[in-house]
Design a binder for this molecule. Structure first.
Ligand SMILES: *Cc1c(COP(=O)(O)O)cnc(C)c1O
Length: 460
């Protein structure tokens, strides 16, 4: 029994902090569980009770991750006698659900908005008394007139809010603002990431920056290279480049005191290599320290906007296998299609959009000895609504060997980042129901959409 559990944990890479799966385990019945202190949640039980497809969000995971980052940063700053401050800003675009944002700011995260609508949520929280005046806000994204007016309004109210200038028009509007502003640079250093484009439309090049007249109150130099940067050096090399520009800007703008290195810390979705936060942060701080001392300038405050890293592990999506059939193409002979009751295209759109991989774990270990090669098919009629694993390879329990009458559930892990905001309703399928599991209680955040609910999006 014990041996089988240990084998299953190893097989599905459960219980391993390197993969952010230390919140998960299998219980003595071989069922996948999530442990929050003394509370445990059995995934198959929740799926049976509430139906599938089902999204389960665990706020404690987000809270622990923010806390760990802050503790680590505090410890390393002391250890290296770093004289700048560390501030974590949560980029709201990664997952704007209220329960996610609340969990983050409750633990001391600051925020970064990418649109007028996101900043409007900040105003709403402020008016509801759930937003502390000490929470710092950075504003990226297109500075529409409404956005600018709201930034101005919140600055007047005394909020610590800093717009980041991303283009020429914004420069005109903000260069001489009497409030703090930030400037985004176009980072020419390339990283191995889908999002690191050769041609980037954001920010100012080095040549452009050198020609800028002094600002009235430049506070932050910002860059964002891309998301899911899987090579440690690719996260460090841009720092050196940015610091060189920071130094030149600082000579003309002595109010500049903060470097914002954006997002990009990866999630080991594929359960292979991973960037270790502790090692990265230590390297970041020592690099900033030695380089700024070479330039004879104060250690800059450091801002990180790691979004995916913070929230992806806090949510899972559970599907039921509805049917299966053999893949007929001879290139895939012997494989089985498992047909799910939810859609990749709709619920996990990055599978379709950027060929994202996820770790997929059966909610019971009963059939771990009967794995077979499968491809997964989503519930929409679209031939793109499939998931074929890494290089077309995915091993899961053989559906024909799952005990008759027992539902066969699959949990997709790390679905808390970017999937909800991009979700859609192809074939008019309902979104998964969404629940929150906290302090031993289950609350429904989004009930299963009825045809009427979905019809409303299309004017019915
Ligand atoms: C999207 C974005 C982030 C978050 O990126 P992650 O890869 O999720 O860490 C941070 N900063 C800016 C400016 C962004 O556009």
């Amino acid at each position: 029994m014990k041996k089988q559990l240990a084998r299953s944990k190893k097989l599905w890479k459960i219980g391993d902090p390197a993969y952010n799966t230390h919140y998960f385990d299998f219980n003595l019945d071989g069922e996948l569980i999530v442990k929050e202190g003394n509370n445990t949640y059995t995934i198959s039980y929740l799926a049976e009770k509430l139906g599938t497809p089902l999204e389960i969000y665990f706020p404690f995971i987000v809270e622990e991750r923010v806390e760990d980052l802050m503790d680590l940063a505090g410890y390393l700053i002391k250890k290296h006698q770093y004289s700048g401050e560390f501030h974590y800003h949560y980029p709201m675009k990664v997952n704007q659900n209220k329960e996610v944002v609340m969990a983050l700011i409750g633990e001391g995260a600051n925020v970064e908005t990418s649109s007028y609508n996101e900043l409007w949520l900040v105003k709403k929280m402020l008016e509801q008394g759930t937003f502390n005046m000490n929470i710092r806000i950075l504003c990226n994204g297109p500075k529409t007139e409404k956005y600018m007016i709201l930034i101005d309004e919140l600055q007047h109210r005394g909020l610590k809010i800093t717009p980041i200038i991303e283009g020429p028009n914004e420069l005109k509007l903000l260069q001489y603002s009497r409030y703090d502003v930030g400037l985004r640079i176009d980072m020419p250093v390339k990283a191995s990431s889908h999002w690191n484009k050769e041609i980037d439309r954001f920010g100012f090049t080095a040549e452009e920056v050198m020609e800028l007249k002094p600002f009235k109150h430049l506070k932050i130099l910002h860059y964002h290279v891309g998301s899911q940067i899987e090579v440690e050096d690719d996260l460090l090399v841009p720092v050196r480049y940015a610091l060189e520009m920071y130094h030149k800007l600082w000579q003309k703008n002595p109010s500049l005191d903060t470097l914002n290195i954006g997002g990009g810390l990866p999630i080991p979705y594929e359960r292979t290599k991973t960037v270790l936060l502790e090692r990265l942060l230590e390297k970041l701080l020592t690099l900033l320290k030695t380089e700024s001392e070479k330039y004879n300038m104060p250690h800059p405050n450091l801002i990180c906007e790691w979004g995916r890293y913070m929230v992806a592990p806090s949510q899972i999506t559970v599907y039921q296998v509805m049917d299966n059939k053999l893949v007929t193409h001879k290139k895939a002979a012997g494989k089985k299609w498992l047909i799910l009751d939810g859609s990749f295209m709709n619920d996990l759109p990055d599978v379709w959009g950027v060929n994202q991989k996820f770790s997929i774990v059966p909610t019971s270990n009963k059939n771990d000895k009967n794995l077979t090669s499968v491809w997964l098919a989503g519930a929409s009629c679209d031939s793109d609504d499939i998931y074929v694993g890494n290089n077309g390879k995915l091993m899961l329990p053989d559906p024909d060997l799952v005990e008759d009458g027992k539902p066969y559930y699959l949990a997709v892990l790390d679905t808390g980042a970017y999937q909800d905001p991009l979700a859609s309703h192809h074939c008019m399928l309902s979104s998964p129901a969404k629940i929150i599991a906290q302090n031993g209680h289950i609350m429904v955040l989004r009930r299963r959409e009825t045809p009427d609910d979905v019809g409303k999006y299309f004017g019915w």
